[in-house]
Write a protein of this length. Structure first.
Lengths: 393, 402
């Protein structure tokens, strides 16, 4: 019965220990209270007769009592992550489940198994699991625990259990039936505000994502031209005598600045680009969460309407409505709490990411400045030496 | 330091103006005229400012002056003119001759040309140059009347000499190679610099897109709003800063371009030497063969194959009187030839001496100017880095307030 999982963060099967209670209320910026550490690394290619796929090593270290051991190492493929995400969405329809990297990359000619693609995906999967681990509710989800700890065959058999495809379909049908734009009529003001916010945010984050990619592209092209620029000065110095040193000095400065620009590019692709991309995905997820809340509300609304029209079965309907009202309240509270948490994290992430971009650029300019200043110093020293030697009789 | 014109006279090309007129084929044309202002430099004692004289000249007149100087002083490395058409442009600059930025840079280049000529120990004393600066009307006609065009060597003749000369002065051969290398390396450098400038422009300008997005985003944020908005402003400043940076760099490129064109002037001096040397070699060869002919006629021995010899064998020898007459003619020619050879030799040696003196002067000037140019490039880079540091420091602070 998934509907009760909403308002109750403690699943019945879990022992309530003091440490787990503390974990419920920990915040992002208190890493010392963390008791679950997850890494995703070591991509490996598997070739079978039917398909080729990649598995990643998922390593977990924990001090939590509910885990049988303190260390786990399992191998998971992308499909398994998809499964986990859908289980979490099922269990918590109005919580904000972190985004997974996309199945395919449409833009650019990135091959499915190129090193770049795999590395980008690995980092995103690592982020995904850690975001779940940091989430006050999701971190205690049973499927999450199984994902981290179960051996391959255990996971397969567990996947086959649980509500079947048909019942899941039934849920979806009911949700659709409640009305396409269900729950909008009586939607609390707060959620309309959230919707408006998300629409604008989504627009802006998409534009930012594009801008960041443009900047990366321009920096890359600048870098490739710069690579040719320095060596020309060295070539020139070969036909000169008096100014050969100055030319070689300029060549060396340009080469150093070239390397610095490469570092700047790398910083962009390691930090800004993945974060912006993640938030592009987040904006889609959030729109989805808001829709699902509306759907739950819609169910309630349609029942209430039905009650107003029906003369018989009033008791039954009233009972159903009571349950639905609880459901809606739980959904709303969960979403509101998670929304606040998400906004705080977003602010934090954006602040640190953009500060990192600024620091990256500062480092770049400071390196280049030092290079050119030392060249200039060497040149003016030469001038003084020349002047002195001219003065001598 | 010699007392060159530049020390006695202030010369500026102060203005440029668009004009329309009729060309040689009576068709309407648009051209730019440049205002040359001159003023005598007053000594300290007098303390009064001399009046400014001025006249207008167009580019073609500058070209005429330079051609005149090149032909009249072939042993001098004549300063080059700024380019006729915009070359090595990156996308922002237009290749249009009427573009105000191009015209402005050309104005500076023309002024630089006049100052170079005025500070050259030999060229500054030229009368045509002086009247170019001071005599408004009839200057073109006066220059053409000197008949300098007749003295100009044909390109074909020069090319022929380059290929056939046997013993050019080694130093000139080396100089020729150097000037080829200089030309090739500077044009390569300028091409790549233009591409780098283009890319740098792109990087800076794309950052300008941040401003608007941050501003629009800040509208929906409460705590982040201020930080975003002010950071966006700094991104706009960053994007705008590239325009001045690249304009300054353009002046640096112009300095390099001058020496690109100077390489051509160096080549011209080398070519002249090759021509003179070839001329000398031809004259010496001619003299030798005449002497040989004379000897053969006098002694009756045929040492070298000649058609005359063959025909005389076939159709009988000449009469002694005929032979005497021939010998006499040859002896006169040989006498003339020896005098000519002597004077050509002298000319050649004088040319080499004076050319080499100017080349040494040029080398020093070049080393000084290029070193300064490289230093100024470093200064520009430093300034650009400092501006970047300032902007990103400000931006970082804004981001920290988000």
């Amino acid at each position: 019965d998934t509907s009760l999982a909403e308002g109750n963060s403690f699943s019945p099967s879990m022992p309530i220990s003091p440490s787990s209670m503390i974990n419920q209320y920990k915040f992002e910026d208190e890493p010392e209270l963390r008791d679950l550490f997850i890494t995703v690394d070591d991509p490996e290619s598997h070739i079978t007769a039917i398909e080729t796929f990649i598995t990643y090593r998922v390593a977990t270290k924990t001090s939590r009592g509910e885990f049988d051991s303190s260390e786990y190492e399992v191998r998971r493929r992308y499909q398994d992550f998809l499964w986990l995400k859908s289980k979490l969405e099922e269990a918590h329809p109005t919580l904000i489940i972190p985004p997974l990297p996309e199945k395919f990359i449409m833009k650019g000619m990135v091959e499915r198994f190129s090193d770049e693609f795999i590395e980008t995906r690995r980092k995103a999967l690592h982020k995904f699991l850690n975001r779940i681990a940091d989430h006050p509710t999701l971190t205690f989800n049973e499927d999450f625990k199984i994902f981290l700890t179960a051996q391959a065959w255990e996971l397969s058999s567990h996947k086959k259990q649980g509500p079947g495809l048909l019942s899941r379909m039934g849920q979806t049908v009911r949700a659709v039936a409640s009305s396409v734009r269900g729950g909008v009529k009586n939607r609390p003001e707060m959620f309309t505000e959230m919707n408006n916010y998300m629409e604008t945010f989504s627009q802006k984050i998409n534009v930012l994502d594009k801008i960041a990619h443009r900047i990366y592209k321009e920096e890359r092209e600048y870098f490739s031209e710069m690579k040719e620029y320095g060596p020309i000065h060295t070539l020139w110095s070969a036909s000169e005598e008096d100014i050969a040193d100055s030319l070689k000095g300029v060549a060396s400065c340009i080469d150093k600045c070239c390397k610095a620009t490469e570092k700047r590019m790398a910083g962009l692709s390691e930090n800004l680009l993945p974060i912006l991309h993640e938030y592009v995905l987040y904006s889609e997820i959030l729109m989805g969460v808001l829709k699902r809340r509306d759907q739950i509300q819609g169910e309630l609304d349609s029942r209430v309407d039905a009650l107003a029209n029906k003369k018989t079965e009033k008791d039954l309907l009233s009972e159903e409505i009571g349950k639905l009202e609880d459901k809606v309240e739980c959904a709303n509270n969960a979403l509101k709490a998670d929304w606040d948490r998400w906004k705080q994290n977003m602010q934090c992430d954006m602040r640190s990411t953009f500060m990192n971009v600024a620091e990256n650029n500062l480092r770049y300019y400071e390196e280049c400045l030092a290079t050119w200043e030392s060249f200039l110093a060497s040149q003016t020293v030469d001038l003084h030496v020349e002047e002195d030697s001219e003065d001598r009789p | 330091m010699e007392d060159c014109l530049a020390k006695k006279m202030e010369i500026t090309v102060s203005e440029a103006e668009k004009r329309t007129g009729r060309n040689a084929m009576n068709m309407q044309e648009t051209y730019t005229a440049y205002l040359i202002e001159t003023r005598a430099v007053e000594s300290q004692n007098e303390g009064q400012c001399a009046p400014v004289d001025s006249l207008w000249r167009r580019y073609s007149e500058f070209e005429l002056l330079r051609n005149y100087l090149s032909v009249t002083y072939p042993h001098i490395v004549v300063p080059p003119l700024p380019e006729k058409r915009a070359d090595f442009v990156w996308h922002k600059l237009s290749a249009d001759n009427m573009d105000p930025d191009f015209v402005e840079r050309r104005r500076i280049g023309l002024e630089n040309f006049l100052l170079r000529v005025a500070s050259h120990p030999v060229l500054c004393q030229d009368k045509m140059f002086y009247s170019f600066l001071t005599q408004e009307g009839g200057w073109k006609e006066m220059v053409n009347e000197t008949g300098f065009q007749l003295k100009a060597d044909s390109r074909l003749k020069a090319l022929n000499a380059t290929f056939r000369v046997k013993n050019p002065d080694k130093r000139f051969t080396e100089l020729k190679h150097y000037s080829d290398e200089l030309q090739s390396v500077i044009s390569h450098l300028l091409r790549v610099r233009a591409r780098v400038a283009d890319r740098l422009y792109g990087v800076y300008k794309v950052h300008g897109n941040y401003g608007r997005v941050f501003s629009e985003w800040s509208a929906i944020e409460k705590e982040m709003g201020d930080g975003l908005q002010s950071a966006g402003h700094h991104m706009d400043v960053y994007a705008a800063s590239i325009d001045d940076i690249l304009e300054e760099e353009e002046h640096y490129a112009d300095q390099l371009k001058e020496y690109l064109f100077y390489a051509e002037a160096l080549r011209a001096v080398c070519r002249k030497h090759e021509l003179m040397q070839y001329d000398l070699e031809m004259a010496a060869q001619d003299l030798t063969s005449k002497k040989q002919q004379c000897e053969e006629l006098a002694t009756g021995t045929v040492r070298t194959f000649s058609l005359k010899g063959m025909t005389s064998k076939l159709f009988g020898q000449e009469t002694p009187e005929q032979r005497e007459a021939k010998i006499k003619v040859l002896e006169e020619q040989i006498q003339e030839g020896e005098e000519q050879l002597k004077s050509k030799n002298l000319e050649g040696r004088d040319f080499v001496k004076s050319a080499w003196a100017d080349i040494e002067r040029f080398k020093e000037q070049k080393n000084h100017d290029l070193k300064e140019a490289l230093i100024s490039y470093a200064v520009m880079q430093i300034s650009m880095c400092k501006k970047g540091i300032q902007v990103w420091t400000n931006a970082k602070e804004c981001f920290s307030k988000m």
